[in-house]
Design a protein around this ligand. Structure first.
Ligand code: GYE
Length: 379
């Protein structure tokens, strides 16, 4: 609420060239450290909600930020994977009433149109910040322009948006998906060389088409396949879910009998693919018929990596709540956060044949999964 007024004032000031008005859309620093203040009623986060859910969550937001409570509207992709569950949990526990926030959580059930409705609801509710984890990269220009016109800062989290004007969002924090794909493929190249595997026939189970996590991981594989002469024998979306991963793997196995690698774009797809491989009477693992690769390293995923069912698992860290909070705190203090911040992520493997990989001249350590690694995993 306050932000809107301030940014409207700012626009007016800029128009009149009033020098005295410099300083950006600062809010009073007194909002900082408001974590113990009592806020307006916390919204009960709801997982069921379509976009209408957030409308019914509309609070009075009495006094806006002056009561120390920061209202955050978070448009979440859905609940398709373990990664997503951990991500939602991180956001909810960070933007809690005790921490001085009112969170309006909207689960878009994997539909961009639900996200567009949610964002418009957030604008109507005059939230202090809009946080968006976008289903797909494109299609955001209009709604983000509406948010900008309303003077509400927008933080993009997890996946990226592809917009014509990058002032339509304030900042982004999330994974570098192309780099994840490149790291995974450099590992595969080194592992295949170390093991003397001459021919790679890869089944490629993609994420939701058009999501940054799919685009980057797919680019990483396609470029490596081209460079190293690998065969991608089948390619289809598993929609980041276990059920679809299983279904897609089943059909890929029926039409290809030479698959020796499966490149799954997340852990849940890998869980489904492994079930399908075993049901087809084939084996996974270092000495099996098929090597399963994955991304995310959620707890169950990393456990399967220690067992060798997943041979290489490239990390994608979902604990974005505190990262988004840091960005909000910066903006609250009148600072401009870094436009794009990528999270550092590791590579976790069954064995220790490959100690490090190099991408664009940069070395990345590879970690062999041990019980200690599993015990330290927070998601
Ligand atoms: O890898 C997958 C989830 O966008 C990074 O989305 C995220 C991806 C993650 O469904 O498990």
């Amino acid at each position: 609420m306050k932000k809107k007024i301030i940014s409207m004032l700012l626009v007016a000031c800029m128009g009149l060239s009033l020098v005295a008005c410099g300083g950006g859309n600062n809010k009073p620093a007194s909002n900082e450290g408001s974590t113990t203040e009592e806020g307006s009623e916390a919204t009960q986060p709801s997982d069921e909600g379509g976009s209408d859910e957030s409308a019914s969550n509309e609070g009075s937001d009495e006094g806006g930020s002056s009561d120390g409570v920061i209202t955050v509207g978070f448009s979440q992709v859905g609940a398709e994977s373990d990664w997503r569950t951990a991500n939602s949990e991180s956001m909810k526990s960070t933007f809690s009433e005790e921490n001085g926030y009112k969170l309006i959580f909207d689960d878009a059930q994997q539909k961009q149109e639900n996200q567009l409705t949610a964002i418009r609801n957030f604008i109507n509710q005059e939230v202090d910040y809009i946080v968006l984890a976008p289903t797909t990269e494109t299609g955001w220009d209009t709604v983000l322009q509406e948010a900008k016109d309303a003077g509400i800062p927008v933080i993009i989290v997890d996946r990226m948006v592809d917009v014509s004007d990058d002032t339509l969002y304030n900042c982004y924090v999330g994974g570098n998906f192309k780099l994840e794909g490149q790291k995974a493929c450099e590992w595969l190249k080194a592992y295949a060389d170390a093991k003397g595997i001459k021919e790679l026939n890869i089944a490629h189970i993609q994420g939701n088409i058009g999501a940054s996590a799919q685009i980057g991981r797919t680019e990483g594989l396609e470029e490596a396949a081209e460079k190293y002469g690998w065969n991608i024998v089948a390619q289809q979306s598993g929609e980041f879910t276990q059920a679809k991963g299983q279904e897609v793997m089943e059909s890929m196995l029926k039409s290809n009998d030479n698959i020796n690698v499966v490149y799954c774009e997340n852990d849940n797809e890998a869980f489904g693919a492994i079930d399908a491989i075993k049901a087809a009477g084939k084996t996974v693992g270092p000495d099996g018929d098929i090597l399963v690769m994955s991304f995310d390293t959620v707890k169950a995923g990393i456990e399967m990596t220690m067992a060798g069912d997943i041979i290489c698992n490239t990390e994608c860290n979902p604990l974005h709540g505190p990262r988004v909070e840091e960005l909000i705190k910066k903006m609250e203090a009148g600072e401009e956060p870094e436009k794009i911040a990528y999270v550092d992520e590791g590579i976790f493997t069954y064995g220790d044949e490959v100690a490090k990989v190099t991408v664009d001249g940069q070395d990345y350590d590879v970690t062999k999964v041990t019980q200690e690694v599993i015990d330290g995993r927070m998601y």
